[in-house]
Design a protein around this ligand. Sequence first.
Ligand SMILES: NC(=O)C1=CN([C@@H]2O[C@H](COP(=O)(O)OP(=O)(O)OC[C@H]3O[C@@H](n4cnc5c(N)ncnc54)[C@H](OP(=O)(O)O)[C@@H]3O)[C@@H](O)[C@H]2O)C=CC1
Ligand SMILES: CC(=O)N[C@@H](CCC(=O)OP(=O)(O)O)C(=O)O
Length: 342
Amino acid sequence: MIRAGIVGGTGYTGVELLRILVLHPAVELAAVTSRADAGMRVDKLYPSLRGLCDAVFTQPDIDNLLGCDVVFFATPNGTAMQMASDLLAHGIKVIDLSADFRIKDVAEWEKWYGMTHASPDLIGEAVYGLPEVNRVAIQQASLIACPGCYPTAVQLGFLPLLEAGVIDAGQLIADVKSGVSGAGRKAEISSLMSETGESFKAYAVAGHRHLPEIKQGLQQAASHKVGLTFVPHLTPMIRGIHATLYARLNTDVDLQSLFEQRYQFEAFVDVLPTGAHVDTRNVRGSNRCQIAVHQPQGGDTVVILSVIDNLVKGASGQAVQNMNLMFGFPEQQGLETVALYP
Ligand SMILES: NC(=O)C1=CN([C@@H]2O[C@H](COP(=O)(O)OP(=O)(O)OC[C@H]3O[C@@H](n4cnc5c(N)ncnc54)[C@H](OP(=O)(O)O)[C@@H]3O)[C@@H](O)[C@H]2O)C=CC1
Ligand SMILES: CC(=O)N[C@@H](CCC(=O)OP(=O)(O)O)C(=O)O
């Protein structure tokens, strides 16, 4: 049994961590923090957890976290980088759901995130927590940088093509749609139902902060520079990410077999049969990424469809998958749920 702490337990990824961890057979919740709700029982704020969680929210002070074996940061960018080194010095493993340790180039991170990095010395030791790429390094890691939600869906879709070198890596296109929970639980006019409902829009076309993260991962897979146009969209649904990925083929290849072989041993990546279409509702609440491979009219453009639940495989589920690997638990433990339908 390990003792886990969650910093930022009241947000959407925080409560998703709670939903998974209260049923995880190898985890005991030792601390759950919130500045605004410190002193309140967790199951008072989230009655779905009644009978499953006795914890009370505490302030996010180091002293409240020292009894933990692992601490998850489900906090805005710029928080984990302030506290991680103290926790690591006490032998506590850190799994950060924010972007603080995702990008290896500090200057690039500071440019996109608009702040000075507080722990640049830790970036080198942080392991990018995409198990389908970095499983062995994750098993040895003390500090995990969980991938962003868009980057998870896009990288899992493009990886087999780039690793096999069968596409023109200079002209990749990722057209990606996200549900509104991707923006978090904090009150914002742009997240109101009356602003997002019955409407659909692209945003950050000039450049989204996930662009350098996605390119970093794709370049590692390709072993050379890639060119990527990434356009995120906001859709009037709560959970889900749907990525439509386009690339130009440079050789004749059995794409379906390529994807099936790449992911044949991956419990959380499901390649659908030839001709199928993915649907976000088929992964809602689950830690799965579902992928469909298309080559319209047998031409030289490949179209990959990739869906995840942004709060599960795109955040908290993937964070627990990383925890399982770090502590030598079965990778699927606590994550074997079926998507909610309808
Ligand atoms: N939503 C999503 O789909 C995804 C989110 N992420 C990332 O996960 C992180 C959390 O996102 P999300 O759950 O949506 O965010 P929310 O806004 O829903 O929740 C943020 C949480 O962090 C706490 N918090 C805020 N500021 C601080 C601080 N300075 N110190 C300590 N705690 C703080 C808040 O509680 P309080 O203010 O009371 O302390 C709250 O519990 C972000 O970095 C986000 O980018 C990653 C992938 C997907
Ligand atoms: C719909 C929406 O607003 N999505 C967020 C990205 C999701 C997120 O929280 O970003 P990380 O994955 O880096 O943590 C955005 O575009 O800013």
